[in-house]
Design a binder for this molecule. Structure first.
Ligand SMILES: NC(=O)c1ccc[n+]([C@@H]2O[C@H](COP(=O)([O-])OP(=O)(O)OC[C@H]3O[C@@H](n4cnc5c(N)ncnc54)[C@H](OP(=O)(O)O)[C@@H]3O)[C@@H](O)[C@H]2O)c1
Length: 690
């Protein structure tokens, strides 16, 4: 049986001994603490020299990974010097620790879908100690913050990139001009109130916090739920007391970068000694690659601990919104007040000025939880332009603002960004923005199309005027207004699966003819009619979907519509005004298919009932929950497969069709019964008159 003896400068209260098997060999492992007494540790090294196969040195602070002054502690240097004089190979665990960093990050990124750390905001409490991990992490995210100047030098400044950390480590970063002799402290310096405050804020903003093993409690002792709640903590050798400490502060996930070689948690020097002893080679002949090979071949996965007991994952999204009209702008209190006391042209001026303003965060969104257990949080970022303003400028004007919003979203840690309402109507419907932005973009149009038809189907079923037979197309007529648009064309493509006759209305006959030809390839037996004017066929339609970007212009004459018709108004601003709708109480006008979110979402009012959001926002949320951080829907040719995929993913993550609503709010069964009764009455009257 081989013997591994670990001499630790730490407390003897933690001493242990046990036997185990590793790589087909038997081992006796013993840890002996010297309670910080260097002489005692030295004596023990000499004492065990004759018996141990490999010895480990524990609880010494590893030197910094970069910089000329690598902050090695004096007692550690002395101990290592002593160790070099004895016969038995001695290791500190430093090599395995570095290998463990790389292995744990890569392994976890791969295990959780290849995007676990994508664009995460990562705070390193000591970049100098965890430089190699920071280097690995920089492959997944640019959102890196290093607290070294604050915690090592007491300077109120963070480093925000690997390059800055390297300059700091090399003693040439400008923050060091405040430090006499440019020395780095080898432990956490006492924090002044302001530094304490900025550290707390940085922790609150981070998604991931990397905490060195050595000095763990010094770094975290003042932290509460506010700083650590919901975070991912990466650390090394997380003993039970540390896990308990993090659990009490609401940490979601603890990633222990020390490979899990044994059932119990032991220090990294013990593990390295074990591997060296098992390989039977002198330590100087064992390379990092040898260690990595053993770790990966033996599947020594990093330990992932969920302190609450349940697996937790929180993904992040951003979504761009904009004021729909001057009326929305007036909801801003200061604008509302001024609009009352200033001349009539004032709001026009405000609308123009606000259109130029940089994007701002309108609301943080929290509390969305899929039945799969995955959660997501995000930010609604507002750009200033109303549809009128966006249409009156070159598309580049809107692209520029959307790219600014994408930059902001990236800084916030979002992993995907959705484009709301008019921001994707302008120009090429997200193509340019997706090409130039640094994070994946989606317009949300696949789910908007799906939601519109989902709502229309629900409304038709509840009205009960069209006979619905299982597995048969409806013997009814449907019309799409704005048929050649992004949403309109998907609706035109989907409706032939459910209706025998489809009427497509657009402003451009050539586009309509091309669309018809491609639809007939998929569904050859549907009757398709084309028109550049909606009015001509309105009296015959049972279901109408209107999805134009007419920005509030009169699009269809509701007085000509058949009694009992169901109209789904997808457009924002709506194609049918409240006054229009009031003219026909015998027609059911619904405001497209909004989606009800799972969990207990919290966000500022977006003009919809609690938990309910626009389908395009819901698409962004579904993709975040699914971890599909890819450009999903862009351009005007929406793929039918994507519409189906997002619908299915939505169901998986607990999305529901929201209660169907109209200009006056949610339709109750009584409201619908009233519309139906009026429709039947009107049809009867029409029959009598004929
Ligand atoms: N409810 C939601 O969740 C949701 C989600 C996304 C979008 N939207 C809204 O849905 C609407 C359509 O979006 P989209 O992305 O499909 O836009 P789009 O690709 O630009 O398509 C708009 C369509 O409207 C037609 N159109 C424009 N002005 C018109 C006018 N004055 N009269 C008649 N037709 C007109 C266009 O015809 P041409 O082809 O002839 O130009 C085009 O076919 C927009 O109002 C948007 O804000 C709602």
């Amino acid at each position: 049986m081989k013997e591994i003896i670990s001499i630790s400068l730490g407390s003897s209260d933690r001493d242990y001994e046990f036997e185990t098997e590793f790589l087909g060999q038997d081992f006796y492992i013993r840890r002996i603490g010297a309670d910080g007494n260097l002489e005692k540790a030295a004596a023990m090294l000499a004492e065990w020299d004759k018996d141990a196969d490999v010895m480990g040195l524990g609880h010494i602070k590893f030197p910094y990974e970069i910089g000329a002054d690598r902050g090695k502690q004096k007692h550690a240097q002395k101990l290592e010097k002593l160790a070099s004089r004895i016969r038995t190979p001695v290791v500190t665990g430093e090599s395995l620790r570095k290998v463990g960093y790389e292995w744990s990050l890569r392994h976890i990124q791969f295990k959780f879908g290849g995007n676990y750390f994508n664009n995460a905001r990562v705070l390193f409490l000591s970049g100098m100690t965890n430089y190699s991990m920071a280097k690995n992490m920089s492959e997944y995210t640019e959102n890196l913050t290093f607290a070294d100047p604050v915690l090592k030098n007491g300077i109120s400044k963070f480093l925000n990139s690997l390059k800055e950390l390297e300059r700091y480590g090399g003693g040439i970063h400008e923050v060091l001009q405040w430090v006499p002799s440019k020395r780095f402290s080898s432990s956490v310096v006492p924090l002044k109130a302001w530094n304490e405050y900025i550290i707390r804020k940085a922790m609150q903003k981070a998604n991931v916090i990397v905490v060195p093993y050595y000095g763990f409690y010094d770094y975290l002792e003042k932290c509460t739920l506010e700083e650590l709640g919901g975070k991912i903590i990466i650390t090394a050798t997380a003993y039970d007391d540390r896990i308990q400490f993090l659990k009490e502060r609401g940490v979601n996930v603890v990633i222990d970068s020390t490979p899990k070689i044994l059932e119990r948690v032991v220090a990294v020097n013990v593990l390295e000694a074990l591997i060296i002893a098992a390989l039977g080679k002198p330590p100087e002949e064992v390379t990092d690659d040898d260690l990595l090979e053993v770790v990966s071949e033996q599947r020594m996965d990093p330990r992932v601990v969920y302190p609450s007991g349940d697996p937790k994952r929180v993904n992040r999204f951003a979504f761009v919104i904009h004021p729909l009209s001057q009326e929305h702008l007036k909801k801003e209190k200061s604008v509302d007040f001024l609009s009352k006391v200033t001349p009539p042209g004032f709001l026009d001026a405000v609308e123009k000025v606000v259109a130029y303003s940089p994007p701002w965060i309108y609301s943080k969104v929290t509390g969305i939880k899929s039945p799969t257990g995955v959660e997501t949080e995000g930010w609604l970022i507002s750009v200033g332009g109303t549809p009128k303003q966006m249409l009156s400028h070159d598309p580049q004007f809107t692209y520029d603002r959307l790219l600014q919003a994408a930059k902001m979203a990236k800084r916030l840690g979002a992993q995907i960004m959705g484009l709301g309402a008019f921001t994707k109507v302008v120009g090429d419907a997200g193509v340019t923005v997706a090409k130039l932005a640094d994070i994946p973009i989606t317009t949300g149009n696949s789910y908007s199309a799906s939601g519109a038809l989902w709502a229309a189907a629900d409304a038709v079923r509840r009205m009960g005027l069209v006979k619905v037979e299982k597995k048969k197309r409806l013997n009814a007529k449907t019309m799409v207004v704005g048929a050649t648009g992004a949403i309109g064309s998907v609706c035109s493509r989907l409706l032939p699966y459910a209706f025998e006759e489809v009427y497509m209305v657009g402003r451009n006959m050539a586009k309509l003819l091309a669309l018809k030809a491609s639809i007939l390839e998929e569904t050859p037996d549907v009757k398709i009619h084309l028109s550049t004017r909606a009015d001509k066929y309105l009296p015959d339609m049972d279901v109408i979907v209107t999805a134009t970007s007419g920005a509030g212009k009169a699009i269809l004459d509701i007085t000509k519509v058949k009694p009992g018709c169901v109209i789904t108004d997808v457009a924002r601003p709506l194609d049918l005004s409240a006054e229009d709708v009031a003219k026909r109480p015998d027609v059911l006008v619904i405001e497209s298919g909004e989606i009800e979110l799972p969990g207990n979402p919290e966000m500022k009012n977006i003009g919809l009932p609690q938990k309910v959001v626009y389908a395009c926002l819901a698409e962004t949320i579904v993709l975040a929950l699914e971890g599909r951080f890819e450009t999903f829907t862009i351009g005007r040719d929406i793929e039918w497969k994507k519409v189906r995929d997002i619908y299915k993913m939505g169901l998986k993550h607990g999305m529901k069709l929201a209660a169907i609503s109209g200009v006056n709010g949610v339709f109750t069964d009584e409201d619908i019964a009233k519309v139906k009764a009026l429709a039947l009455e009107a049809r009867e009257k029409a029959k009598e008159a004929a």
